[in-house]
Write a protein that binds this ligand. Structure first.
Ligand code: NAD
Length: 523
């Protein structure tokens, strides 16, 4: 049995199947300690898991939504009961502070379950459609389970990202098979073991472990829908694989969230939000503040205050101490940060604070602030996914807006201003799936609102009523109000007389708005 050396996002077997018999080792990024090993499952093993999930789904999917929801509340209770263990696993495997593991992961799923187990019977109730033309007929849409939903997830929020999708799948009557990141498989297995203690059908939610090829095997197993969260390049490959099989998919990809600081912003709140939004999870969030456009009237003050606040941050192993900023997930992410900084400094950026790797054990990088940044620098245009906040000074809100939109990504964005009306007007012109005024990161926790990207940040949404409906299959039923005549006027045979009546009908319905004018068309 060998240990797989994986490269982030590049691990697809060339023979079309996972390298069976290998193992993956999960290390704590904050200490280098070996936390556990999981198998690289073979394609056949993954196919068998999907088949078992399909069998379990057959009985689950016929239950009324309300009954499924009632049973799923047991999962919520179990998650809360095991919250400390979960926080510990996430903190150690992902290297993030316990506060973040609790607030950004465990709480979100406990809340999602509580809210949607209450709300789902209404959201998924059949929806009547008042047909405007065919008044003699009625229509409604009803929501049925998809079957088996595949979930492929990243390492940065190893619990809240996949489990939100899993919960939505189970509420809508599907089974869920999760392929977690090879970097954080133990968190997914912890979630599975908590699930197993609830008495819910065991095969209804399964975890398959492996590298990218295991994700490919999950798609090849013929799942009925796929929710993918990860990088843009992997997303392209996954979307193509889904496309080849016409599997509907949601793509939750990278982000490059801009923060626009207007001249009238509350500077203290803005500075604190930039620090929190830029360095939470050591900047390894798809909605991290990745670039700041500060109005020239407040730029200097803002940079100075951010520098002071960053100086107060405690960086270290979150499993040992109360720290603010934890570890960087793997060495490659540190190299990416170093490359961005080197490129920015070579092109004229000012290093305000930070800029260096911290000595081990474990992987740490100083929270870094750069000023005088421009779009010539990769730090302003490519996803950083690390603890760097670059500032650019702008002449006006219009300039900030145009720079914010000069990106191939469009996931989240932030606007800071005391003028809500102006802020909302600006927000509506920003090319991003979500725009937040005077706050950061908060929208991911508002699980009743849609979350997802535009441009190359992906498509489809997770969270919110529409995403729940979309997790199900929507089907349309159309039926008659009254027993109809033997033959409808539009049916065969086609005659000159019937065409004449049809022509008058079209004119009556669509020529002009006045009833007298339209009645005249009937003659
Ligand atoms: P990644 O793309 O490297 O991997 C994501 C998942 O895809 C992993 O489970 C991996 O094993 C799997 N995978 C890799 N190749 C595959 C293939 N060919 N077929 C099927 N599955 C395959 O991403 P990552 O490094 O784990 O996560 C970081 C990225 O995720 C960042 O770009 C970040 O912005 C993005 N992200 C987006 C969101 C969002 O909601 N939009 C949330 C979190 C992270």
């Amino acid at each position: 049995m060998g240990v797989v050396q994986f490269e982030k996002g590049a691990a697809v077997g060339t023979n079309g199947g996972p390298p069976a018999g290998e193992i993956i080792r999960s290390y704590a990024p904050a200490s280098g300690e070996l936390l556990g090993e999981v198998p690289v499952m073979s394609q056949n093993e993954i196919f068998a898991v999907v088949e078992r999930a399909r069998k379990a789904q057959a009985a689950w999917g016929v239950l009324p939504v309300a009954e499924r929801c009632e049973r799923l509340l047991r999962l919520r209770d179990a998650i809360v009961e095991h919250a400390e263990e979960l926080v510990e696993t996430i903190t150690r495997e992902c290297g993030k502070p316990r506060h973040e593991a609790l607030a950004h992961e465990v709480t979100i799923i406990a809340d999602l379950l509580t809210h949607y187990c209450r709300r789902a019977p209404d959201v998924l109730a059949p929806r009547p459609i008042d047909l405007h033309l065919f008044k003699h007929r009625k229509s409604y849409v009803h929501y049925t389970p998809r079957g088996v939903v595949g979930v492929i997830s990243p390492w940065n929020y190893p619990f809240s990202i996949p489990m939100g999708d899993v919960v939505f799948a189970l509420i809508t009557g599907s089974a869920a098979v999760l392929k977690p990141s090879e970097v954080t498989p133990l968190t997914a297995l912890k979630a599975k073991s908590i699930y197993n203690g609830t008495g819910l059908p065991e095969d209804l939610f399964a975890v398959v472990t492996g590298l990218g090829a295991a994700g490919q095997a999950l798609i090849d197993a013929g799942v009925d829908k796929l929710v993918f969260t990860g990088g843009v390049e992997t997303g392209r490959r996954v979307a193509a694989a889904c496309g080849a099989r016409l599997i509907p998919c949601v793509m939750e990809l990278g982000g490059k969230a801009p923060l626009i600081a207007c001249a009238d912003a509350d500077l203290e709140r803005t500075a604190r939000a930039i620090v929190y939004g830029g360095f939470s999870n050591a900047g390894q969030a798809c909605i991290s503040v990745e670039r700041v456009y500060a109005h020239k009237d407040v730029h200097a003050q803002l940079v100075a205050r951010v520098k002071e606040l960053v100086g107060e941050l405690r960086v270290g192993d979150p499993s040992k101490d109360y720290v603010d900023v934890g570890a960087i997930i793997f060495p490659k992410q540190i190299e990416i940060a170093e490359r961005h900084i080197e490129d920015a400094l070579a092109k004229g950026a000012e290093l305000v604070t930070g800029g260096k790797k911290r000595p081990g054990p474990g992987q740490f990088f100083e929270p870094t602030v750069l000023a005088n940044c421009t779009h010539e620098m990769t730090v302003m245009t490519e996803e950083i996914f690390g603890p760097i906040v670059p500032f650019a000074k702008v002449e006006s809100n219009e300039e900030a807006l145009s720079l914010a939109n000069a990106s191939h990504l469009g996931l989240n964005a932030y606007v800071f201003t005391r003028d809500t009306a102006k802020g909302r007007a600006l927000a509506e012109r920003i090319e991003a799936g979500s725009v937040v005024l005077n706050d950061v990161l908060v929208n991911y926790g508002a699980t009743d609102a849609p979350f997802g990207g535009i441009k190359q940040s992906g498509y489809g949404r997770v969270h919110g009523d529409d995403a729940l409906r979309d997790m199900a299959e929507s089907r349309h039923v159309n039926y008659n109000r009254f027993a109809g005549p033997e033959r409808d006027p539009l049916w065969y045979p086609y005659t000159g007389k019937s065409l004449g009546w049809m022509m008058r009908g079209v004119r009556f319905l669509f020529a002009g708005n006045g009833i007298i004018q339209r009645l005249g068309k009937l003659i």
